[in-house]
Design a protein around this ligand. Structure first.
Ligand code: FAD
Length: 317
């Protein structure tokens, strides 16, 4: 039985889905031990009930104005103080931009072993993570069980929420000293309708879309499917879309239920970001394109003909 602490991330006033997945991972690791969730920012206490439904027995709420937006120094100080209070054996956060930044800082400071980008857990202490751009899997465990893990979104199966569960809520005052960064404004470059890293369906465009306007048919299909729009680096480099959409080795790593690649050749660096998607559909006019080797369904054709046909059919459904 272990004590496990989870950082619950919020976005647009809601707990991110990956944080519920982190709580599900915590249940496996805790093996019957106590799970605590920490949630930061003004109004954070409102999330305690939802966190309890996913297994948090205790929720540490830090309603400090300086934690309304993530900054490395404010979150490092605040989360370190929460860890000092809870003294967990294991810490779990999402493998998001926040988790990727925060986990190594805190693991190094407080002497926790770090396993990042975990996609599954065997038993309660073997953490599985992809390596070599997803070509192999590594299993890690720590003899002293003091471990900090980040979990890749859309990989850890969610436990069924139990609305009858409640948590003890603890309000914690943290001391934040000499903050070097203050966020004045957040400007989102993406449409923000669906978060790319947590999306269940992604419509992704490559250099084959040929222009900024070429993304419009993909956006229309995404609207019909409630999907997020992604891109290859080829499309980003050509300035057809913003780099925040880039998927791959040097972009976002995604694991949606459905990934539709339109006009993407399937370079190894792109596959590194999407090859673990559950179902891959490729639309490419070149039947020899390498993307067809990883695709579950392939459509050889012009994306500007195929994508509007798909949109029209899905609209009927
Ligand atoms: P292309 O390779 O040019 O492919 C375009 C495809 O569109 C072709 O297959 C063509 O047949 C098809 N096509 C053209 N017109 C149509 C049409 N009308 N209908 C249907 N199909 C059409 N790439 C990433 O994506 N993500 C990364 O994170 C990434 N990181 C990298 C890191 C490093 C260190 C390096 C060296 C490279 C990286 N790359 C990355 C770049 C990668 O190597 C490829 O250059 C890039 O993925 C190619 O993008 P693309 O498939 O859109 O373009």
């Amino acid at each position: 039985m272990k004590k496990v602490l989870v950082l619950a991330e919020t976005r647009d006033g809601n707990i991110r889905n990956v944080s519920f997945e982190a709580l599900s991972a915590a249940q496996a690791i805790a093996a019957g031990g106590e799970i605590t969730a920490a949630v930061f920012g003004p109004g954070a206490g409102a999330h305690a009930a939802a966190l309890a439904h996913y297994g948090a027995a205790k929720v540490v709420v830090v309603e400090n104005e300086a934690l309304a937006q993530y900054t490395p120094d404010s979150y490092t100080q605040a989360f370190s103080q929460v860890i000092g209070t809870v003294e967990p054996d294991a810490i779990v956060v999402g493998h998001t931009s926040i988790g990727r930044d925060l986990a190594p800082r805190i693991a190094a400071r407080l002497g926790y072993g770090l396993v990042s980008d975990v996609t599954s857990i065997e038993g309660d202490d073997v953490f599985v993570r992809p390596i070599y751009a997803g070509k192999a899997f590594q299993k890690r465990s720590f003899a002293d069980n003091k471990v900090f893990i980040t979990v890749r979104p859309n990989n850890i199966a969610l436990v069924a929420p139990d609305a009858s569960k409640t948590a003890e809520t603890v309000a914690l005052d943290v001391e934040l000293k000499d903050l070097r960064t203050i966020v004045k404004e957040v400007v989102r470059k993406t449409s923000g309708k669906v978060d790319l890293s947590e999306a269940k369906v992604i419509i992704s465009g490559g250099r084959g879309v040929k222009s900024k306007d070429g993304f419009k048919p993909l956006e229309e299909l995404a609207d019909v499917l409630g999907a997020a729009v992604g891109a290859s680096r080829g499309a980003c480099d050509a300035d057809y879309c913003d780099y925040s959409l880039q998927i791959g080795q040097t972009g976002k790593v995604v694991t949606p239920d459905l990934y539709i690649a339109c006009g993407i050749s399937g370079a190894i660096q792109h596959l590194a970001g999407m090859s673990n998607s559950k179902v891959i559909v490729a639309i490419n006019k070149d039947p020899e394109a390498p993307i067809f080797q990883v695709a579950d369904y392939g459509i050889v054709g012009d994306l500007f003909e195929v994508v509007p046909l798909l949109t029209a059919e899905f609209k009927k459904a």
